[in-house]
Design a protein around this ligand. Structure first.
Ligand SMILES: *Cc1c(COP(=O)(O)O)cnc(C)c1O
Length: 389
């Protein structure tokens, strides 16, 4: 599949284990408070893991619902052979209407104005034999991002009725998004319960429509709250083995799917007083050994990890010294014997008894594992292990 794989591999690469991905999906399902379908969220190139192999492995494992963030991502999934339902979770321009119909993609409606624009775009295309446009209406239960305001359920129901009876739109469901389901302090739990209550209020007000697909749970919510009458849980981050919030404890057996590796380009000795990298932000206070690694911020290794992060070499931690460059970085290998050109460097994953997860690394720069894996750039070759079966 990849030409010269060996050659690329010696620079910076990610190993994605599809068996772990499918296993995470199965374990998660078993841990749901009650049985529910899963909608696999594979937006942003499956959180950096590669949407083609990830979605196909999940489809082979029985997943029939997928979610993405953009029309482009949705069309790609169809081209990759994904047959089930594909839902776009946010705004798409009405100009995308023909493509949505052509590829049989379900679109989220984010406001009344958006719904009207989509309906008239769909009406303009009526007669092409493809419509009506399948849609789920977003309901805002407190995140203030997208959707009809659930504080007024009667108005929501009226809008839902209006678009349900529109011949160019097929309204199949409503959904909301929980914004604090990943934390278990009392205020957050109460807020989530309130969000659920508001959503149910809209569902009841519009019960005459019998919408088949109502859903509100993300990874975190699915583990804590029963799915009630929800059509499915929208499962993202935990599928990839990462935590919604650093404080979460994942079900036993769920593991990160991706490991990120690089290699030692060279090792050099620094004398006391010598400095490393741009801006000379690191100064050796003793004789040191420093290794140069051919991975930098253009590969997605955050520059915020300058003088902060660490990598694993021969089962030991090596601290980043100096600023992370665009394509390279330097690490302190003084305490690690015999490091030499070509040694494997683990940026994320296991080396000997040491383990560094994306969640841990994200903590070092005040971000979340989600952002970290999404940022691993296209220059980092993905290598797939396992068949997912
Ligand atoms: C991204 C997204 C999800 C998945 O969230 P996770 O926390 O990764 O499980 C679910 N629903 C919506 C609307 C999203 O945008």
């Amino acid at each position: 599949m990849y030409k010269n794989t060996e050659e690329y591999m010696r620079r910076s690469w990610a190993e994605v284990d599809l068996d772990v991905l499918v296993n995470n999906y199965r374990i998660y399902r078993e841990h749901l408070p009650e049985p529910a379908e899963i909608m696999a969220v594979v937006k942003a190139n499956a959180y950096g893991h590669g949407s083609r192999p990830a979605a196909n492995a999940l489809q082979d494992a029985g997943v029939r619902h997928f979610a993405v963030a953009s029309l482009q991502e949705a069309v790609k999934l169809r081209e990759y052979g994904i047959r089930g339902e594909i839902l776009i979770l946010g705004y798409t321009s009405p100009a995308g209407c023909a493509t949505l119909m052509e590829y049989d993609i379900v679109q989220a409606l984010v406001s009344e104005e958006h719904a009207e624009a989509m309906a008239s775009a769909a009406a303009g295309l009526a007669g092409n034999g493809k419509g009506p446009l399948k849609c789920h209406f977003a309901i805002d239960t407190g995140m203030n991002r997208i959707g009809l305001d659930a504080e007024d359920p009667e108005h929501c129901a009226e809008v839902l009725r209006r678009f349900s009876s529109c011949p160019d739109i097929s309204l199949c469901g409503i959904f909301t998004h929980l914004c604090t389901a990943d934390t278990d302090d009392e205020e957050s739990v109460l807020f989530t319960l309130r969000q659920r209550q508001l959503f149910d209020g809209v569902r009841q007000a519009a019960s005459d429509l019998d919408l088949p697909e109502c859903h509100c749970l993300n990874s975190a919510g699915g583990l804590t709250f029963p799915a009630n009458e929800d059509a499915y849980v929208r499962l993202g981050i935990i599928l990839y083995g990462l935590k919604p919030d650093y404080s979460n404890v994942l079900p036993e057996g769920i593991r990160p799917v991706l490991e990120w590796k690089s290699t030692v380009a060279l090792v050099k000795t620094l004398l006391p007083g010598e400095t490393v990298g741009y801006g000379r932000t690191f100064r050796a206070d003793r004789e040191m050994k420093v290794a140069t690694i051919p991975t930098g911020y253009a590969d997605g290794y955050s520059r915020a990890l300058s003088n902060r992060g660490y990598v694993l070499i021969r089962g030991k931690r090596a601290k980043v010294v100096g600023r992370v460059c665009m394509d390279q970085m330097m690490v302190d290998v003084t305490g690690i014997p015999d490091v030499r050109m070509g040694d494997q460097v683990v940026l994320l994953g296991r080396s000997g008894d040491e383990y560094l997860s994306a969640d841990d690394m994200a903590q070092m720069t005040g971000t979340i594992g989600y952002e970290l894996v999404c940022d691993i750039s296209g220059r980092v070759l993905r290598i797939y292990k396992g068949s997912g079966k």
